[in-house]
Ligand binder design. Structure first.
Ligand SMILES: Cc1cc2nc3c(=O)[nH]c(=O)nc-3n(C[C@H](O)[C@H](O)[C@H](O)COP(=O)(O)OP(=O)(O)OC[C@H]3O[C@@H](n4cnc5c(N)ncnc54)[C@H](O)[C@@H]3O)c2cc1C
Length: 482
C-alpha cells in the first residue's frame, strides 16, 4: 500500500510515478498532466512561502475526468491537493514537502454553463475566473458581488468557494457562502454529488453544500456551482471620512446603517501607518485631506435606482456628531478610485517595506475598537517602537493587523524571534472578545496547528468526525485545516 505518509524506497516511487502518470494521462490526456520542472510553479504558493512536491499536476477538462482521477488516486492511496488560481495566502493550495500526492488543478474547467436572468442565477464550472464571472453577470445586466480586486483575474470560483472568500462587499451581500445555491462535488471516493440546484428554498434535510464551502479542499472537489446574481447597481456615492478613532468609526457605521440601510456596500477603515506606507511605495497616491489624520474610512453607497445617494450620505455624515473630523463625498468613479487606491495598495506597499507578522482576525463589529485598543496596548508594552499596520473590512468586523519593526535590520531579528509571542498577544485579545483568528484567508498550513489552541475542542472534534466520514483515507488536501 502506498500510504501518503510512509517513506518509499526510491525505485518503487519512481515506478509508481511512471505508472500513475501513465494512468493520469489516459484520463486527462498527455497535455493534461505535468511532471518535473513544468510542474514546479503549481507546487509553490503565491507569496513563495510554501513549496512542496507532487508526483504530477493534473488538469482535468470535465467532471468525469475529475472523478476518474480521484478514483485512481483513492485506489493507489495517493493524496490530492485541489487547486484553483493558487492565490491562497495560507499555503492551502500547494502540496506538502513530504508524502505522495498530486495537484489537481481545475483551471481548464472554465465554462459558464448557464445564465438564468429571471432566476438571478449563473451556473459555472469551478475553474471559471472570478473576473469572468463578474463580467458575464454584467453582460446580462446582473451583478455578482464577490470582488477580490487584487486577485480576481487569477482566482477561480472553486477556490473562492473553498475558502469562503470575502472582499469589500461582504457587508451588504455576504461571503462566498451566501452567494451559492447549489454545488457539484466529486467526493473523496470518486462519486459525483450533483447538487446543482438553483432553489432559494429547500428544507429537505441537511444543507450539504455548506460542508464543502470553506473546507479548503479537505472534503471533496468542487467542480461546478450555481451562483446567486443580484440587480446591477446604477448609482454610487463614495465618501472618504477622517474619524477621531476606531470607536468613532464603529458608531459611524451603525449610524449610517440606520440612515441608509442596505445601500451601504462597503465600509473600510485605514490607519495612519497604512497611509504612510502607501504614500512611500505607491506613486501618484496622496493625502485625501489637507491635514493628516490618524484614521480614515472609505465607505460607499450603491443603489439600483438613480437615487440621490450623495445627498443621503452627506446628511448622514453631517448629523453624526463630533466623531467625524472631516469628510469628502463624490459620485465620480475616478475620484472615488483615488480613495480606493489608498485601501487597495496597502498589502503591496507593506510587501515592499519588508516582512511583517500578519493577522486576519474578526470580532463582533461593536468590539473592533476594543480589539485594537487591547492588542495595541499589549504589543506596545511588550515591544516598544513596534509598528502596527491595521486596516480592513470594518463592516464585517474583519481587521488585517500586521506587525513589524520600522527599522529593517531590527525587523529581521524581531520577526525571527518574536512571531510566536506577537501571535499570542494578538490572539489573546481575539479570544477575549469572542473573535476568530482566521476571518478571511482560511487555515491552510499556516494556522493548522495554531487553531487547536483557539477553537472550541468540541467543534474541532465534530470537524474531525465529518472529515473521517467523508474522507476515511485522509487523501483530500492532507496537512491543511485539521
Ligand atoms: C494579494 C492578495 C489579496 C487577497 N485578497 C483577498 C480578499 O480580499 N479576500 C479574500 O477572501 N481572500 C483574499 N485573498 C486570498 C485568495 O485570493 C482567496 O482565498 C481566493 O478565494 C483563492 O482562490 P483560488 O482560486 O486562488 O484558490 P487556491 O489558492 O488555488 O486554493 C485555495 C484553497 O481552496 C482549495 N481549492 C481550490 N479549488 C478547489 C476546488 N475546486 N474544490 C475544492 N477545493 C479547492 C485549495 O486546495 C486551497 O485549500 C488574497 C490573496 C492575495 C494574494
Amino acid at each position: 500500500m502506498l500510504g501518503h505518509d510512509l517513506p518509499q524506497p526510491a525505485l518503487q516511487i519512481a515506478k509508481m510515478q511512471n505508472d500513475l502518470v501513465h494512468s493520469l494521462s489516459a484520463i486527462a490526456g498527455n497535455d493534461g498532466v505535468l511532471t518535473g520542472e513544468p510542474a514546479a510553479p503549481y507546487c509553490t504558493d503565491w507569496r513563495g512561502r510554501y513549496s512542496g512536491n507532487a508526483l504530477a499536476v493534473v488538469f482535468p477538462s470535465d467532471t468525469q475526468q475529475v472523478a476518474e482521477t480521484v478514483k485512481l488516486c483513492a485506489a493507489n492511496n495517493v493524496a490530492i491537493v485541489p487547486q484553483g488560481g493558487n492565490t491562497s495566502l495560507c499555503g492551502g493550495s500547494v502540496p506538502l514537502p513530504q508524502g505522495v500526492q498530486i495537484v489537481l488543478n481545475l483551471s481548464r474547467m472554465n465554462q459558464i454553463l448557464a445564465v438564468d436572468p429571471d432566476n438571478y442565477t449563473m451556473t459555472v464550472e469551478a475553474g471559471c475566473k472570478l473576473a469572468d464571472v463578474r463580467d458575464e453577470a454584467e453582460k446580462n445586466n446582473r451583478f455578482f458581488p464577490l470582488g477580490l480586486t487584487a486577485t480576481q483575474k487569477y482566482c477561480e470560483i472553486g477556490g473562492n468557494l473553498s475558502t469562503n472568500a470575502g472582499g469589500i462587499n461582504v457587508l451588504r451581500y455576504g461571503n462566498a457562502r451566501d452567494l451559492v445555491l447549489g454545488l457539484e462535488v466529486v467526493l473523496p471516493d470518486g462519486r459525483i454529488w450533483n447538487g446543482l440546484r438553483s432553489l432559494r428554498k429547500d428544507n429537505s434535510g441537511y444543507d450539504l453544500k455548506h460542508l464543502f464551502i470553506g473546507a479548503e479542499g479537505t472534503l471533496g472537489i468542487i467542480t461546478a456551482a450555481v451562483l446567486k446574481l443580484f440587480p446591477r447597481p446604477q448609482a454610487e456615492a463614495t465618501a472618504c471620512v477622517a474619524v477621531r478613532d476606531p470607536a468613532a468609526a464603529v458608531s459611524l457605521l451603525a449610524h449610517l446603517r440606520a440612515a441608509c440601510g442596505d445601500r451601504i456596500s462597503a465600509f473600510e477603515i485605514i490607519s495612519r501607518s497604512c497611509l504612510d506606507l502607501v504614500f512611500k511605495h505607491t506613486p501618484a497616491t496622496r493625502e485625501p485631506f489637507a491635514s493628516k489624520h490618524e484614521w480614515i474610512v472609505v465607505t460607499q453607497l450603491a443603489d439600483v435606482l438613480p437615487a440621490l445617494l450623495d445627498a443621503a450620505l452627506r446628511d448622514s455624515l453631517k448629523s453624526f456628531g463630533n466623531g467625524v473630523i472631516e469628510f469628502d463625498i463624490t459620485t465620480n468613479k475616478d475620484h472615488a478610485e483615488r480613495w480606493w487606491q489608498l485601501r487597495k495598495n496597502i498589502s503591496e506597499a507593506q510587501k515592499r517595506e519588508g516582512v511583517s507578522i500578519k493577522h486576519d482576525i474578526s470580532v463582533p463589529i461593536s468590539r473592533i475598537a476594543d480589539f485594537i485598543a487591547r492588542a495595541d496596548a499589549a504589543l506596545r508594552n511588550a515591544f516598544p517602537g513596534v509598528r502596527i499596520v491595521a486596516f480592513g473590512h470594518m463592516g464585517d468586523g474583519n481587521i488585517h493587523y500586521n506587525i513589524s519593526m520600522p527599522d529593517a535590520a531590527q525587523n529581521e531579528t524581531f520577526i525571527a524571534r518574536q512571531e510566536g509571542s506577537v501571535n499570542r498577544l494578538v490572539y489573546t485579545a481575539v479570544r477575549e472578545l469572542n473573535g476568530s483568528i482566521s476571518a478571511e484567508h482560511g487555515l491552510g498550513q499556516l494556522k493548522r496547528d495554531t487553531i487547536r489552541d483557539y477553537k472550541n475542542p468540541l467543534e474541532l472534534e465534530l470537524m474531525r468526525t465529518i472529515k473521517q466520514a467523508l474522507d476515511p483515507q485522509g487523501l483530500m488536501n492532507p496537512g491543511k485545516v485539521l
